[in-house]
Design a protein around this ligand. Structure first.
Ligand code: NAD
Ligand code: UGA
Length: 458
């Protein structure tokens, strides 16, 4: 099928590449010329395991193209994905201006051929109908600039909007796209749903997944509002689950229980499940924080006070600073101390720094007068974000990080950090203290290497 994906970030690029890999002809459109140039040259603008290789193969097969020309993309695609960002405004609401610009742009380039416009961006509940309205605004603006009224009528009758929320995780985005737990399709148009089912058939039948022996992927067909709500409810549930285990971890710290064993003990109950019960310094990233805030905001708009979600957010805010409390317990005065952060990104296997807990920790340590250094396998001093990272010295290897430190804090659970030469690092430190913000490292072997180990409820 002919597909156009507008927005080539973590979601759009992965979606475009994976859809072309399963045989569709995809044009990925972005208004960032630099990005388009990079992608045309065969390079991925983001770090995502497995993406670059797949991108090169698909481009070579001729089924994947990149462009900054929205008109050409709209003309090409029978299915048009909107996959631009929806960051949080300072009020917590979702900033839908990029979606609006794309919807209007689509409207101004629609032709008489039937198109399905797919909201893949995470958008506030009710956005499906709103996108339809904006697309029609785009059509009307074109009419004012001279196109015929007849064309407008044809276009009005000739597109439908589908909500197809995305559930991929950064760092596992390619795997998740080929092996989804479910596909959600929301629309009131049977024709649009049928085309979307045709698009996803190879994934549903698992012809291209890593688990061909599994049963077909469940497809949830519903209305627009419910599909949009499914996305927010899923993220809000997962974020609340993490805040729950973090609260349990904080109680464990006080009563002398071990949250890792507690999580195992409760996770074996199939009604609870073992995933997303890893206690630590809290959730971050480009999605959980903004999506939970947006849902709280939507509820506020409809006069509903979301007590549980607000508590999940508050627990999470406090959790990022629990690290500092633990550091103060161990070192007392932080002024003049040197603290080394292992990891900066909000989770491993990504270069994404959006709402990373490390940023709060750096700011607070600086405020308290400590000197902060960091080592991350993917973030270097050349990486963007220079403003946010201006108060941290980024070292190029773990030994240089450890040198002269009064404490190390494990912030991101990168696999590489399991295999560092901790005995050697310990010898370079002023004081052998490690705060494991993800309960990730081997407590016993660190203690054997002479470290004082402090976990979160562990
Ligand atoms: P992103 O910021 O990484 O990428 C957005 C892209 O859209 C950028 O490349 C930008 O240049 C482009 N863009 C902006 N305006 C444009 C325009 N007018 N025309 C063409 N391109 C334009 O965003 P992302 O992380 O991929 O997220 C996209 C959406 O998907 C968001 O709504 C997000 O909530 C949702 N989502 C993200 C993830 C994730 O893991 N990142 C997972 C599920 C859902
Ligand atoms: C999350 C969801 O998992 C995806 O399903 C969703 O599509 C995506 O948000 C989105 O809407 O954008 P992502 O943010 O990439 O994906 O990463 P997660 O693996 O969910 O981790 C989010 C945060 O929670 C990270 O900071 C991670 O360290 C933290 N986390 C995760 C924990 O503290 N404990 C856990 O047990 C799991």
């Amino acid at each position: 099928m002919k597909v156009c994906v507008i927005g080539t970030g973590y979601v759009g690029l992965v979606t475009g590449v994976c859809l072309s890999h399963i045989g569709h002809h995809v044009i990925c459109v972005d208004n960032n010329e630099e990005k388009v140039k990079l992608m045309k040259s065969g390079q991925s603008p983001i770090f995502e395991p497995g993406l670059s290789g797949l991108m090169k193969n698909c481009s070579a097969s001729g089924l994947l193209e990149f462009s900054s020309d929205l008109a050409a993309g709209v003309k090409h695609g029978e299915i048009l994905f909107i996959a631009v960002g929806t960051p949080a405004l300072p009020t917590g609401e979702s900033d839908t201006r990029y979606v609006e610009a794309v919807a209007k742009g689509i409207g101004s380039h629609l032709d008489e051929n039937y198109k399905v416009i797919v909201n893949k961006s995470t958008v506030p509940i009710g956005s499906g109908d709103w996108v339809k309205m904006i697309v029609l605004d785009g059509v009307k603006e074109r009419q004012q600039t001279g196109d015929s009224c007849d064309l407008e009528n044809k276009i009005i009758a000739n597109f439908d909007v589908v909500s197809n929320p995305e559930f991929l995780r950064e760092g596992a985005a390619v795997f998740d796209t080929f092996n989804p737990d479910r596909i959600v399709l929301g629309s009131n148009s049977e024709k649009a749903i049928a085309l979307m089912q045709q698009l996803y058939q190879p994934l549903v039948e698992r012809t291209f997944g890593d688990n061909p022996s599994l049963p077909p992927v469940p497809v949830v067909v519903t209305d627009l509002n419910s599909a949009e709500m499914i996305k927010y409810a899923a993220n809000a549930f997962l974020a609340t689950k993490i805040s729950f285990i973090n609260e349990v971890a904080n109680i464990c710290d006080r009563v002398g229980a071990d949250v890792i064993q507690v999580a195992e003990g409760i996770g074996l109950d199939s009604r609870i499940g073992s995933k997303f019960l890893q206690a630590g310094l809290g959730w971050g990233g480009s999605c959980f924080p903004k999506d939970v805030s947006a849902l709280i905001h939507t509820a506020d708009d409809y006069n509903y006070e979301t007590e549980l979600l607000k508590s999940a957010v508050n627990v999470n805010k406090r959790q990022r600073f629990i690290i500092i409390e633990k550091l103060q317990n161990e070192l007392k005065i932080l002024k003049g101390k040197v603290v080394g952060l292992l990891g900066l990104t909000f989770k491993p296997d990504t270069d994404d720094m959006r709402d990373a807990p490390s940023l709060n920790i750096i700011k607070e340590l600086n405020r308290l007068g400590a000197k902060v250094k960091a080592y991350d396998p993917i973030i270097s001093s050349q990486t963007g974000m220079s403003q946010a990272l201006s108060d941290v010295i980024i070292e190029t290897n773990p030994e240089m990080l450890a040198d002269g430190c009064d404490a190390l804090i494990l912030v991101t659970d990168w696999q590489q950090f399991l295999k560092l030469d901790y005995p050697k690092m310990g010898k370079l430190m002023n004081n052998c203290l490690i705060i494991d913000g993800r309960n990730f490292l081997d407590k016993q072997s660190l203690q054997k290497a002479g470290f004082r180990y402090v976990g979160i409820g562990h």
